[in-house]
Design a protein around this ligand. Sequence first.
Ligand code: NAD
Length: 252
Amino acid sequence: MGLLAAKTVLVTGVLTESSIAFHVARLAQEQGAQVILTSFGRTMRITEAMARRLPTLAPVVELDVADPAHFEALPDQIRQHASTVDGVVHSIGYAPRAAFDFTTATWADVAPALQISAYSLQPLVAACAPLMPQGGAMVGLTLDASVAWPGYDWMGVAKAAFEATNRYCAQAYGPAGIRCNLVAAGPIRTTAATSIPAFGRFAEWGEHAPLGWDETDPTPTAKSCVALLSDWFPATTGEIVHVDGGFHATGG
Ligand code: NAD
């Protein structure tokens, strides 16, 4: 019996085989879950190709979190594949390049980062809640926003907002039995990460993390997401679990 036996999990954010979400989907299937992926626009075809590389082919439904109509349509799209959902993974991050310059970015640069990387968590939970009559688990991905990272700039601000949004989701959806937690991962070489101009500055993470850190290995992060999706964190919500080799605890 796998950790996610008989569960259905909606996984956003599979773009490439390096995507954290790809490995969450892979491990979720290995642990017995039925997985449904989301993607949007021109990346739909890419995600469909990735879905064929999973242990079991997963359906892909459309969700652009910048489009409110997509949230309205999401429950019916999911119902084409499953009647209920037990877990949802928010693995979405985006900021325009100009948002990675804190002192020059305009509101037009910052607004999409906040909408897509932070605000989107709430409408995602809201859209899935009716499909979770027995409750369930929402898991998101953050990069520890308790400090200011050089070069992370407005994306760091968006992550701080995302972490606050998670706490408010925990408050709002707890009475419905929906647990809302985040994994604060160390740096992992993905498309989103390498588009951060200062990503190279995270290169010394492994030297300072007590357990070490391999930025080419998304599996530890994905395993922790699967654990949070399982029944083994039944009384945990509004939490941020650090999966960073211990970097956060020792101050780097
Ligand atoms: P990734 O590029 O593989 O995934 C980012 C995903 O966001 C992509 O699938 C992309 O299609 C999706 N996305 C962007 N705009 C969207 C929109 N409007 N609607 C729907 N989806 C949209 O990179 P990743 O590193 O796997 O990122 C996943 C999450 O993990 C992000 O929240 C990221 O901030 C977080 N994270 C990453 C790292 C890291 O170092 N890679 C560390 C900590 C946290």
